[in-house]
Design a protein. Structure first.
Length: 161
């Protein structure tokens, strides 16, 4: 059950968000190349900021009994990210269902727009006891008008055109 005292938005309105990342020295090897393990951390940063622009914070969700665990993570490395170069990470929420949220990621170098990595995650929604739970209605996209079907998928969207 979601804590009704929290001030959550009616629905999420922002589907995609960009943040700037500058690889720190501790995230690189001796050659100045970002270690493959930091990409997952950067993806989490992107999800966190996407939540924030939608008027939420992980902390508030967790205090309300809504937790997300990474069930699947894929990363395709195209080119290396290097120490102290300015990067842009675009995080896009691609699907919300009854108990999971999917995101896509695109990491580009700001100086030339070259794609360095692309990835995706599937997050499972769980309760504090670790059991799968239903995603709260406010986590569904604003354009979703009917989502109470058998699978919990959004099946009708407002026509924004």
């Amino acid at each position: 059950m979601v804590n009704k005292n929290m001030n959550f938005p009616k629905r999420t309105a922002v589907k995609s968000h960009r943040i700037v990342i500058v690889p720190r020295y501790s995230e690189t090897d001796q050659g100045g190349v970002a270690h493959n393990s930091v990409y997952a951390v950067w993806f989490e940063m992107g999800r966190t900021e996407l939540l924030r622009v939608n008027g939420m914070a992980y902390k508030d969700l967790e205090e309300s009994g809504v937790f997300f665990v990474v069930a699947r993570l894929t990363i395709k490395y195209h080119r290396p990210a290097k120490y102290d170069e300015k990067l842009q990470l675009e995080t896009t929420c691609t699907k919300v269902t009854i108990a999971k949220i999917e995101h896509d990621y695109k990491l580009t170098r700001c100086s030339d727009g070259i794609i360095l990595a692309e990835g995706s995650t599937t997050l499972a929604c769980v309760a504090a006891d670790g059991k799968i739970r239903r995603i709260p209605e406010f986590m569904y996209p604003q354009e979703c008008t009917v989502f109470k079907n058998a699978t919990g998928d959004c099946r009708e969207y407002k026509d924004n055109n």
